[in-house]
Design a binder for this molecule. Structure first.
Ligand code: NDP
Length: 290
């Protein structure tokens, strides 16, 4: 059984990024990423800080905009517009979720698609479906695909079952796996909460992508011998033995599933570190295409 280390692959991706950033900077084209946070949600704040730190670490130009929770839709749109017009900024990300009074879909649509490094703008969603390589693919599924490629998992002709159909993970993941070329060409089944007899379907999978948001949901009974399992889930569960009183677990019951697998990603240290690495890679791509 192979444990696919997202930490190791992310390091590799970030090393490539570091080299490319140095080259672009030497040409006077330093890539720039702006992360916008509205409100004071502690988890979002922590994400934004770690993105900003990673950018600076790699030599990327980083702008961190922390706006109060009272920021209006119009004010936020004005900030996005200013970033759209700023030539030093190649990637814009508005941290989700914004406060309730903000129309998130409208904000996403206001971002210049050429700077939408999250890949959530309708133009980029369409480009993914059209297999247009100039588009931006959401970072988490892009990271999952990179993990499969790096681990030498053959996706061509494989039956991949994606559990979850969100716009952030499940749906783009399915599109990536069914696209032509490396890390694609799979036969894809997408499942969700209305799927009947999920285990019967996942048991036919050569590759399972679990993006459900329920701790330890995928059990041994869901997985056939020799399957590859990518666990996207990040769930907080109470654990009084830890200092914080909780720990992070995936959507897969790792201990019972791993022995059946040809390869599996752990949580933490699997998909998680890939997401931020692919965000850096997308920002460099945006800079090169600018
Ligand atoms: P969503 O809640 O948006 O989507 C969850 C999906 O799982 C839905 O499509 C839902 O179906 C499906 N689902 C829920 N219950 C079941 C069930 N009983 N059987 C089958 N399918 C079910 O979550 P996300 O896609 O945003 O995230 C999924 C997980 O990945 C979460 O744990 C999240 O924390 C994690 N995540 C991790 C990231 C990383 O960097 N590693 C990044 C993003 C997310 P339906 O559509 O019918 O409701």
């Amino acid at each position: 059984m192979q444990i696919i280390s997202g930490t190791a692959v992310a390091e590799k991706v970030l090393e490539e990024c570091r080299r490319e950033i140095a080259e672009l900077t030497a040409q006077g084209r330093k890539p720039g990423l702006a992360v916008v946070l509205v409100g004071d949600d502690p988890a979002s704040r922590a994400y934004v800080r770690s993105k900003d730190k990673k950018c600076r670490d790699l030599g990327l130009h980083s702008v961190k905009l922390e706006l109060p929770s009272t920021t209006t839709q119009e004010e936020l749109l004005a900030h996005v517009q200013a970033l759209n017009n700023d030539p030093a900024i190649h990637g814009i990300l508005v941290q989700s979720p914004p406060p309730k009074h903000i129309d998130e879909a409208a904000i996403v649509r206001a971002i210049d698609p050429a700077k939408d490094v999250d890949g959530f703008h309708p133009v980029n969603v369409a480009k993914l479906a059209l297999e247009d390589p100039t588009g931006f693919v959401p970072c988490t599924p892009l990271g999952c695909q990179r993990l499969l490629i790096d681990a030498g998992i053959e996706t061509s002709g494989a039956h991949a079952v994606v559990v979850g159909r969100s716009m952030i993970v499940g749906k783009p993941m399915a599109l990536l796996l069914m696209a032509k070329g490396k890390g694609g060409d799979a036969t894809v089944t997408v499942t969700h909460s209305r799927t009947r007899d999920l285990a019967a379907i996942t048991r036919t999978a050569d590759i399972i992508i679990a993006a459900i948001g329920r701790p330890h949901f995928i059990k041994a009974e869901h997985v056939k011998e020799g399957a590859v399992v990518i666990d996207v889930g990040i769930n907080r569960v109470d654990d009084p033995t830890t200092e914080k009183g909780y720990k992070l677990v995936g959507d897969v019951a790792y201990d019972e599933v791993a022995p059946k697998c040809r390869a599996i990603t752990p949580v933490p240290g699997g998909v998680g570190p890939m997401t931020i690495a692919m965000l850096m890679a997308n920002t460099i791509k945006a800079c090169k295409q600018a």
